[in-house]
Design a protein around this ligand. Structure first.
Ligand code: FPP
Length: 252
């Protein structure tokens, strides 16, 4: 990650968003829920631009959780269709704006065509590094950790178990190529993490806003960044230690 030039006083490399409230947005307007998701997708496209303008290199969004399969069949189908649409409509655009697309989560369980499409876009954008959009699809943190432990176990002998540390374990997580999120935003007034990046977000600032996802604009993102900038991240140390401006042991 290169230096980012956003106005923040602190480095802000990675913003992660729980895009919540599409259903309520639609309900308020007397529309079917899927219209809320449609507006949510359009908004994601706009927020991706805003993140780019603010020179934040990584954006990760919770697009479909492992629990979302429990929603009515029609809604699940609609969400998959919207994902296809997003990929169809914006692939050229992603390439033009040099955005690398990644997926975290067990996306192989998505419909075959969607998987193919996702892989094609990931491949077409794999050489970009400046801007990174990661979709969490069929993702849950607990599921991810279990997968990581299984993959890690396959590679470990007794000796490596002894030396297992966070660095090593995190190299088996879906997020192995991403920096930890600095700021996690959840829209729509819910104050939960709902199984999203639980370990990676250990030191993230968490910002909750009542704004529903389709209404969440660049100005709201800027407000969240202001909140982030006003916090002192101590990483378990004291304020005095941090203010000595010694190197930061966790993020440097
Ligand atoms: C929460 O709204 C949102 C989701 C379950 C999925 C988020 C998905 C999108 C923004 C669209 C799909 C994304 C892509 C990239 C295709 P909710 O339905 O829980 O809203 P509610 O809590 O008001 O009912």
């Amino acid at each position: 990650v290169g230096k980012n030039q956003n106005s923040s006083k602190k480095p802000l490399a990675h913003v992660a968003i729980i895009m919540d409230g599409n259903g309520r947005w639609a309900k308020q307007k007397g529309l079917p829920r899927i219209q809320g998701h449609r507006a949510g997708v359009e908004n994601l496209r706009k927020i991706l631009d805003a993140v780019k303008e603010l020179k934040i290199p990584y954006l990760t969004v919770y697009s479909f959780s492992t629990e979302n399969w429990l929603r009515p069949k029609e809604e699940v189908k609609g969400l998959m269709k919207l994902l296809d649409l997003f990929l169809k409509k914006y692939t050229k655009d992603l390439i033009k704006s040099k955005v690398r697309l990644r997926v975290i989560g067990d996306y192989n369980k998505l419909p075959n065509l969607t998987v193919k499409h996702l892989e094609a876009v990931m491949d077409a954008t794999k050489d970009f590094s400046e801007n990174n959009l990661t979709l969490a699809l069929n993702y849950s943190a607990r599921h991810e950790v279990i997968g990581a432990i299984k993959r890690c176990y396959d590679e470990m002998d007794k000796e490596s178990v002894e030396s297992l540390d966070w660095n090593r374990l995190s190299s088996f997580l879906d997020t192995k190529d991403l920096p930890d999120p600095d700021l996690i935003i959840r829209t729509s007034g819910e104050c939960r993490l709902s199984n999203f990046l639980l370990l990676q977000g250990a030191y993230a600032e968490i910002y909750f806003t009542p704004v529903l996802w389709p209404d969440f604009k660049k100005e709201h993102l800027e407000k969240a960044i202001e909140f982030y900038n006003a916090r002192e991240r101590r990483f378990g140390m004291t304020s005095e230690q941090i203010n000595k401006e010694t190197h930061n042991p966790v993020i440097s």
